[in-house]
Design a protein around this ligand. Structure first.
Ligand SMILES: C[S@@+](CC[C@H](N)C(=O)[O-])C[C@H]1O[C@@H](n2cnc3c(N)ncnc32)[C@H](O)[C@@H]1O
Length: 390
């Protein structure tokens, strides 16, 4: 059982933990171009029915003894917490309804140590936007700055773990992509290395969550994944593949150097297939069996990004402009740091900002000129259940 003291110790340990992957997100509330909600239009909420169903199942499976323990829910790769906040509120209300108002609840928000935890703190306390975690005295928010590819909470302590649009980030850079800036442009060897890293990371993610889950607990993830039907996906046109191509253009035009070009490579594996998600189970890993992990379901989603301009067929210039601004809004949160921090330290801050702005201007111009495309994401929901104690 987790006591409050355990959480305090854990929190301190997390701060001194020394793992710092490079990718981070930028979000600023109320600035449309920078709005995390815009990034993928609540892709995580597609999992809402599965999350609520799993929560009810895990609550029903509790014994009388367990009823005295805190119910613990955790969001991995939460960014500023806004994407999961309304869902977390709903989860808390359901726990209170089913287990009683006196039920203690621990709500954990994880991201890598470079995430803006100050902002996360402000978001969950409702400082800036009204929506906040319910203010019951027996609800304990916990922030966990640690890579999700390692165990982040104690054994058998979590009832419900969720994660949305985060597992495509690799835990480390395994190679540079010479002919482009994302896995879509990788040569055979580079793609093999990145897929191997992606395989190791997914295994590590599933095993870490498996250790943390209580028996009867569930892990529900919504992951960016491959285009299995061979349709032209978001990542081809306005997403990672295309976004990366603007960096290539800037290198070709002499705006950034070859070193900067390589430094802006994306460390992501966004082309996992169902077989990749099933791999820890189909490979019969002993850890998976020892932890009593069961693959409940794998479900693909084609998720159309939402904005009124995407539905307008005949666009005039005003609508095209708005459309192109929205496309930039989707790209900005995850591409800003990739570009800015890939630029040489020899450059002035002003120079870096100008080049980064130019990158987003190029995206906007392209989107304006190709505004007939309705962007979508290929996603895969994976649900895993833990059957027994480790
Ligand atoms: C696209 S955002 C998704 C944020 C949020 N879950 C949502 O649905 O909007 C991906 C998040 O994963 C985080 N992330 C990437 N690698 C991570 C790691 N190794 N451990 C924890 N979080 C990580 C990033 O920092 C980022 O906040």
């Amino acid at each position: 059982m987790l006591t409050s003291a355990c959480y305090v110790v854990l929190f301190i340990l997390c701060f001194v933990y020394s793992y710092f992957p490079t990718m981070k997100m930028i979000t600023k509330i109320s600035e449309e171009v920078d709005d995390m909600y815009n990034a993928h239009c609540h892709a995580g909420s597609l999992s809402r029915p599965a999350i609520i169903d799993s929560l009810r199942k895990t609550l029903q499976s509790k014994s009388v003894f367990e009823a005295e323990q805190p119910v613990c829910v955790a969001d991995f790769g939460t960014a500023d917490g806004r994407a999961s906040l309304s869902l977390m509120k709903e989860i808390i209300e359901i726990i209170k309804q089913d287990c009683g108002q006196e039920q203690t609840i621990v709500v954990c928000f994880n991201d890598q140590p470079t995430n803006d935890f100050c902002r996360l703190s402000q978001v969950i306390q409702g400082f800036e936007q009204g929506l906040r975690l319910p203010a019951y005295s027996n609800i304990y928010p916990v922030m966990i700055p640690r890579t999700m590819y390692e165990q982040c909470l104690p054994d058998n302590s979590v009832d419900l773990a969720i994660s949305s649009v985060a597992t495509h980030y690799l835990s480390k850079r395994i190679c540079y992509i010479k002919q482009g800036a994302s896995i879509a442009y990788a040569d055979e060897n580079e793609e093999r290395l990145m897929k191997e890293q992606g395989k190791a990371d997914w295994r590590a993610f599933v095993i870490s969550r498996g250790k943390e889950l209580k028996p009867g607990g569930f892990l529900i993830t919504m992951n960016i994944s491959a285009d299995t039907k061979n349709e032209k996906p978001f990542s081809e046109l306005y997403g990672i593949k295309h976004l990366a191509s603007f960096v290539t253009d800037m290198a070709r035009d002499g705006i950034i150097t070859q070193e900067e070009y390589l430094a802006t490579n994306l460390c992501t594996q966004e082309i996992r297939t169902d077989a990749d998600f099933m791999e820890p189970f189909t490979s019969c890993l002993t850890e998976i069996q020892d932890l009593g992990l069961e693959l409940v379901s794998i479900k693909p989603f084609k998720h159309f990004l939402q904005h009124q301009t995407f539905d307008i067929v005949q666009k005039d210039d005003k609508v095209k402009l708005e459309y192109s601004r929205q496309i930039v809004a989707f790209a900005y949160p995850w591409m800003y740091h990739v570009i800015y921090e890939g630029l040489s330290d020899n450059r002035t801050e002003e120079d870096k900002q100008t080049i980064t702005d130019q990158y987003f201007s190029r995206i906007q111009k392209y989107a304006f000129d190709h505004s007939d495309f309705r962007p979508f994401l290929n996603l895969t929901e994976v649900i895993i259940k833990k059957t027994h104690r480790n």
